[in-house]
Design a protein around this ligand. Structure first.
Ligand code: AMP
Length: 287
């Protein structure tokens, strides 16, 4: 695996590969690599000839500078894990490399869906996320980009941004690949934040996947949106140590809440705090 730190170096290596007709997949991350990230790499390897990943903790998408400073950084261990997983090029840029000449400001806005759910909890987060993803796409120019279903709203907004940038489908599109959420043996979605959960808090964190399971079961029994919602919310009522922030059923195509009587696949999304740790999860439910 080659480690490169400049825009010029990564762009040169990628363009050499693309000239020979080979396909490039890109997996942007913020580091603190775990099995969830590695599943994205595995998916990329199946699709592309060259796999490029990046680690960049993007200051623009943090709501507080303290949060940005506290984000876990483990460059050496991350590089080892990514090399072992089969990444060909690891891009490790500095903030100046990504935002040169003082261009440290938002260039993309996430719109209406950017300010609800995760966006309501973290104002400006999605604008900063889209700004860096767009900048990284411009630099790497991948054929495929792989993101986790775990961050469903992020994926929705990236898909929306790409569609808006290429309305007629004239330019070569970047194909978004969605990787299923990787969970631990008890069902908890892997996240770099899980390390901050104490032994006592880990079972409490299972409230999120358990609530999603209950909603699925309610739908399988023929219940509608409100029955699924009630089944999930009851799990939180029974576990007050998991502080529910939002629980909603949205249409995956629009991220707008679904109505009772909806038929098809809806996405149940949830955010809750356990101690100091804020967790999110989601699941597709068929009505
Ligand atoms: P992050 O480093 O948190 O920005 O995440 C980088 C990518 O990994 C994003 O596309 C996430 O959606 C994805 N990801 C994070 N956790 C998981 C997980 N448990 N399963 C699958 N993908 C994940």
């Amino acid at each position: 695996m080659k480690i490169v730190r400049t825009v010029a170096d990564v762009a040169l290596l990628v363009s050499r590969t693309k000239i020979s007709g080979k396909k490039v997949a890109f997996i942007p991350t913020m580091g603190a690599i775990h099995e969830g990230h590695l599943s994205l790499i595995a998916l990329a390897i199946k699709q592309a000839d060259l796999v490029v990943s990046s680690i960049f903790v993007n200051p623009l998408q943090f709501t507080s500078s303290a949060d940005f400073e506290l984000y876990p950084r483990s460059e050496d261990a991350d590089a080892k894990a990514l090399a072992k997983a089969g990444v060909d090029i690891l891009f490790l840029p500095t903030v100046d490399e990504i935002y040169p000449d003082g261009k440290f400001s938002v260039t993309h806005t996430a719109g209406k869906i950017g300010s609800v759910f995760e966006g309501a909890a973290r104002p400006g987060h999605f604008d900063g996320m889209l700004t860096v993803v767009s900048r990284l796409f411009d630099i790497v120019q991948p054929d495929f980009a792989v993101f986790g279903a775990k961050d469903a709203q992020q994926l929705f907004l990236i898909r929306q941004m790409l569609a808006a940038q290429n309305p007629l489908g004239i330019r070569d599109p970047i194909e978004l690949l969605e990787a299923p959420t990787v969970r631990d043996s008890r069902g908890l979605a892997l996240s770099s934040r899980n390390k901050r959960l104490s032994k006592h808090q880990l079972p409490v964190a299972l409230t999120l996947p358990t609530a999603l399971d209950e909603a699925c079961l309610a739908a399988e029994r023929g219940g509608g949106a409100s029955s699924a919602y009630f089944s999930a919310s009851s799990v939180f009522t029974a576990t007050p140590e998991a502080k529910l922030e939002y629980l909603a059923l949205v249409n995956p195509a629009s991220f707008e809440p679904i109505e009772e009587g909806f038929s098809g696949q809806a996405l149940m999304i949830v955010a809750a705090t356990v101690g100091e740790v804020r967790l999110i999860d989601n699941r597709l439910i068929t009505f």
